[in-house]
Design a protein around this ligand. Sequence first.
Ligand SMILES: [Zn+2]
Length: 106
Amino acid sequence: MSVQFCHQCGTGLPPSARFCSSCGVVIPVAQSVPGRPLVRPIVGRQIAGVCLALAQANGWDVAVVRILTVLGFFFSGGFVGIAYLAGWIGIPEEPIQVPGAYPPNL
Ligand SMILES: [Zn+2]
């Protein structure tokens, strides 16, 4: 998270601040950050969706990510393989959208 600034006096405030600590003005709700959360999509994955998750979260071309990952398997002495497994374990799966099962999460 990044620091936000009071639109009235310019004081730096923590992202969770709702009021300026200097002048007391109400801080508008922060705009949602564009981009997608880091999740492993169900649709379109090849193995575990780690490459697709990284590509979508960073705006990269998934084909490039996959090529670099495969090359990394061979040339990194196993580091990429470990990193892939770490991503597999550490990156949450994309929540499955089941129509009617849950209320809209907005
Ligand atoms: Zn202020």
